[in-house]
Ligand binder design. Structure first.
Ligand SMILES: [Zn+2]
Length: 143
């Protein structure tokens, strides 16, 4: 690997770790959406069916898909605020993942082009073994 490639890979890895750190610090996430909605009720003689109609609300509504079904529930101001935060976190997670995936795709050819001997100390005679656990075990066994 050339010095330029090594420097490029190192900068990808730094950025990747930075993003992974941000990902680890994100709070709760939620899928779905929160919106203010006004509704009509079921009573025919209610003002919400009048002319002009005086609708109920507006109320906060949370809508999400759960097991393929659309779930809708009314929220208090506090609940709506929390859900908005969790939904924003969810978007941030997806943005971070997309950026990490793009970075990983840029790093991949550099990593794949590395000579096995430059890939670190772990790669030794036991390199072909699949499990790092089995590769380490013999050194722990008393002889
Ligand atoms: Zn009504």
């Amino acid at each position: 690997m050339t010095t330029a490639s090594a420097a490029r890979l190192a900068s990808y890895e730094r950025r990747y770790q930075e993003l992974a750190g941000q990902l680890a610090r994100i709070g709760y996430i939620a899928s779905g959406s929160v919106a203010l909605r006004s509704n009509r009720c079921g009573k025919d003689n209610c003002a919400c069916h009048g002319d002009p109609p005086r609708l109920h609300g507006p109320y906060w509504h949370f809508t999400a898909k759960v097991d393929g079904k659309t779930v809708n529930k009314r929220l208090s101001d506090r609940e709506a605020h929390l859900y908005e935060e969790w939904i924003a976190n969810d978007r941030k997670v997806r943005d971070l993942l997309a950026e990490m995936r793009a970075l990983a795709a840029q790093a991949a050819p550099l990593i794949l082009a590395q000579e096995p001997s430059t890939a670190g100390e772990i790669d030794g005679p036991d390199r072909k073994r699949c499990s790092p656990e089995s590769a380490r075990r013999p050194s722990r066994r008393p002889s």
